[in-house]
Design a protein around this ligand. Structure first.
Ligand SMILES: Cc1cc2nc3c(=O)[nH]c(=O)nc-3n(C[C@H](O)[C@H](O)[C@H](O)COP(=O)(O)OP(=O)(O)OC[C@H]3O[C@@H](n4cnc5c(N)ncnc54)[C@H](O)[C@@H]3O)c2cc1C
Ligand SMILES: NC(=O)C1=CN([C@@H]2O[C@H](COP(=O)(O)OP(=O)(O)OC[C@H]3O[C@@H](n4cnc5c(N)ncnc54)[C@H](O)[C@@H]3O)[C@@H](O)[C@H]2O)C=CC1
Length: 444
């Protein structure tokens, strides 16, 4: 029986545990987690705060008992504070202060990420909130019951910030959304798309304060104001959503790291030490859209990297297909999806790209019900004409469309090949000359 120890059992650790136990009966899995709950779907936090779901019950898909029923040994509320990579021993300390020692043949690090907390004055004031764990959501929900919490300032207009701005507005609060960048969602979309999101947010009464740098938080015990380089914003609650950093202190001295501290892994998810794997938010990914190592913290990457590592641990030699950072967001009626690289990020990286834009109704004009415009941008290499990115925006759910582009980037499909790809027509679904074909056919 080979022994596998997994440190961290949220999305990545749970997927690794399940994959090993579902596919091998000669591996014993022991998992450690510092938290008292696992598999919390962070994305549900905004739905819960925005009263779009009744409560948090459905936001978990696993727990200690489920993993134990498969044969895993699970230590909850037991942070691992030391790993001896030579003797292959993991040391954890449980809630009673007892030291737990576990030897391993294979080690999987799934310690995830931590919210980036800015070093500014006033972070210790009451009602300044982080948003990562289930416990954070519980505290925010409880505090929102206080009618004196009227003005909420969200710092960071990335995915979490934009989703939470909508949630607090739906909850009846006055919301200000601040970002150091001059727009929302700068990492995922080009200007024509972020402009749509910005208009969508402000049309629902959310005050946008972009291009502002938070300098300090002020208040007497409780936060009262957010002071930036351009303005002072009234705040009874401040939520920090300025990104995640990989949680890699445990292996920092022993494992090779990426520039942001994530554990560098190969396509088998193996770190610089053989039989030590890293998965999810604590590890790098291979980004097919830039043909290079990158860091993209997504639950989808966490699960897929876990499956790859788990199969390699049990002896099935498989490689990661790499990722393109596919993602989606739905704010009020506006749905936006993107994959790969944006034209703006390509320019920053000095990549020579072109892009083709097309906007049209989803279905023929004679369909008057449920027929919305779709905006599409495809980014491709100016020389090879290989597709490197795509962005879509509509009131329609176009998630299947972005999956097409994710595969196209992964398989290095050119824009010219896409132009002639077999895409069906039926007026209930689309137009004979649909916007994907039209964008590709009209590409420069
Ligand atoms: C509000 C919010 C919304 C999100 N929405 C989406 C979304 O819609 N789609 C999407 O793809 N992604 C989303 N994400 C990102 C997604 O949640 C993360 O990418 C995902 O959680 C990564 O999973 P992970 O298991 O790698 O890391 P984590 O979820 O960070 O889990 C790491 C685990 O390791 C444990 N741990 C850490 N250190 C130790 C230690 N030393 N000893 C023992 N245990 C330890 C922690 O307790 C934790 O349980 C969202 C995140 C947030 C916060
Ligand atoms: N729908 C989805 O797929 C979702 C994915 N996630 C993922 O979770 C992770 C964390 O999400 P976020 O925290 O939103 O990170 P993010 O990287 O998406 O956004 C962080 C935002 O904060 C801004 N920022 C950085 N420093 C700042 C500062 N000092 N002051 C003001 N603004 C600052 C950045 O410009 C950026 O817009 C990301 O990887 C994200 O992709 C989170 C929610 C939903």
């Amino acid at each position: 029986m080979k022994k596998v120890v997994i440190v961290g059992t949220n999305h990545a650790g749970t997927a690794a545990t399940n994959t090993i136990l579902d596919n091998s009966n000669n591996h014993q899995v022991t998992v450690f987690d510092s938290n008292n709950n696992i598999s919390f779907l962070g994305c549900g936090m905004a739905l819960w705060i925005g009263n779009q779901i009744a409560g948090p019950e459905g936001l978990f898909y696993s727990n200690k008992e489920t993993l134990e029923s498969k044969g895993a040994k699970v230590y909850m509320e037991t942070p691992v504070n030391k790993i001896d990579f030579n003797a292959k021993v993991v040391y954890g300390k449980n809630a009673h202060g007892e030291i737990i020692e576990e030897h391993y043949d294979d080690l999987i690090l799934a310690t995830g990420s931590l919210p980036i907390i800015p070093k500014i004055q006033g972070m210790e004031l009451e009602n300044v909130q982080k948003v990562k764990l289930y416990q954070h959501a519980e505290v925010v929900i409880e505090k929102l019951k206080n009618p004196e919490i009227r003005d909420v300032v969200v710092v960071g207009a990335g995915y979490i910030g934009v989703e939470l701005a909508e949630a607090f507005e739906r909850h009846g609060k006055n919301v200000t959304l601040i970002d150091i960048a001059t727009t929302s969602l700068p990492a995922y979309y080009d200007a024509p798309f972020t402009q749509m999101m910005n208009e969508n947010l402000s049309s629902h009464g959310i005050k946008l304060a972009f291009g502002e740098t938070v300098q300090k938080l002020e208040g007497d015990g409780k936060v009262e104001r957010v002071v930036t380089d351009k303005a002072t914003h009234k705040a009874d609650m401040v939520v920090m959503a300025i990104g995640f950093r990989p949680n890699t202190e445990l292996g920092a001295e022993h494992l090779d790291q990426f520039r942001n501290g994530a554990y560098l892994v190969n396509k088998k998810q193996e770190t610089s030490i053989p039989n030590v794997y890293a998965i999810g938010d604590c590890a790098t990914v291979y980004d097919n859209s830039i043909d290079n190592t990158s860091y993209i913290a997504l639950a989808t990457n966490a699960v897929r990297s876990a499956i790859v590592a788990a199969h390699n641990v049990i002896g099935n030699d498989i490689d990661s297909a790499g990722v393109q950072g596919s993602n989606g967001i739905a704010i009020y009626d506006l749905k936006m999806v993107s994959t790969g690289i944006t034209a703006e990020r390509a320019k920053l990286l000095g990549l020579d790209v072109l892009y083709t834009d097309f906007e049209d109704l989803q279905k023929p004009e004679f369909i008057t019900e449920e027929n919305h415009k779709v905006k599409l941008r495809i980014v491709y290499d100016a020389k090879t004409r290989i597709i490197l990115g795509a962005q879509m925006a509509s009131q329609h759910d176009m998630s299947m469309g972005i999956h097409l582009f994710s595969l196209a980037i992964q398989e290095k499909v050119t824009i010219d090949k896409l132009a002639l790809t077999d895409l069906f027509f039926l007026p209930h679904f689309n137009k004979p000359y649909n916007y994907v074909t039209m964008a590709a056919i009209t590409a420069k």
